[in-house]
Design a protein around this ligand. Structure first.
Ligand code: ZN
Length: 249
């Protein structure tokens, strides 16, 4: 079987994720590992139809209704830490779910907008935060309109995507030269996690087909660079979460 192409760096120095010569799987899904950048990912990727069917039953927005207040508080803290000198401007949350980060940004003085492809989440967000603007649209379609934002927030989204390049190019297209993008995703390279693949896939962030891509600093960097973006800085995290500030290349 030919090696797959790494979604992050486009290298083909990839191989099935194995432990002691046996392929490692979780919930019936197998993974490939990129020897160039360190990304591991679901391989083969589920089809668009399979992913669509999965998300029909996902009810993510309901799950996220819980602990809304503490989520707003955490988002406020993250937005403030990323914007020490700047507290105004146009804010966009990509994959905003029920809108807690959008509400947080508005309370800090931003003109705040949230987008999500999940129409149920957008309906819930609109009802909950009527002072903010929400739209059920993907970043690629948003980018086609030519709008630009000063601060873009994208938390726990990129690991869900089967087509990461289209998404990152969409993000780059809504940024100007001074825009900041704050992104979070699970950190498969975190020092607290096992380097043994069999043990690593027991990590609760390994959730195929919900999570398809498992980044580390190097692999996220590779994906960003190929799509017109660059890391400004990785923020330290005690938990296995990448928190990164990104600018246009
Ligand atoms: Zn790679």
């Amino acid at each position: 079987m030919p090696a797959s192409t790494c979604p992050a760096c486009k290298n083909t120095h990839t191989a099935p994720l194995q432990h002691a010569g046996v392929a490692v799987a979780k919930d019936g899904y197998r993974f490939d590992y990129c020897n160039n950048c360190g990304l591991f990912y679901v391989e083969p990727m589920p089809s668009d139809a399979a992913l669509h069917a999965f998300y029909q039953d996902y009810h993510k927005s309901r799950q996220y209704q819980a602990k809304l207040h503490s989520k707003i508080k955490r988002a406020r803290k993250r937005i403030r830490a990323a914007n020490r000198w700047r507290r105004r401007g146009d804010f966009l949350d990509v994959g905003c779910n029920v809108g807690f980060a959008v509400a947080a940004a508005r309370s800090l003085g931003f003109q705040a907008t949230g987008i999500d492809v999940d129409a149920d989440g957008i309906a819930a967000a609109t009802a909950k935060f009527p002072d903010c603007s929400f739209e059920a649209i993907g970043i690629e379609a948003m980018a086609a309109r030519g709008e630009r934002f000063d601060f873009i927030y994208c938390s726990e989204v990129i690991e869900h995507l089967s087509r990461v390049d289209d998404f990152l190019q969409g993000l780059a297209a809504v940024m100007h030269s001074q825009s900041l993008l704050f992104m979070t995703t699970p950190d498969a390279g975190h020092c607290s996690l096992s380097k043994n693949f069999k043990a690593l896939v027991t990590w609760d962030s390994v959730r195929p087909p919900e999570h398809l891509l498992y980044f580390s600093r190097a692999s996220l960097n590779a994906a960003l660079q190929r799509n017109g973006l660059r890391v400004k800085r990785f923020q330290f995290s005690t938990k296995p979460t990448l928190k990164v500030l990104i600018q246009k290349a």
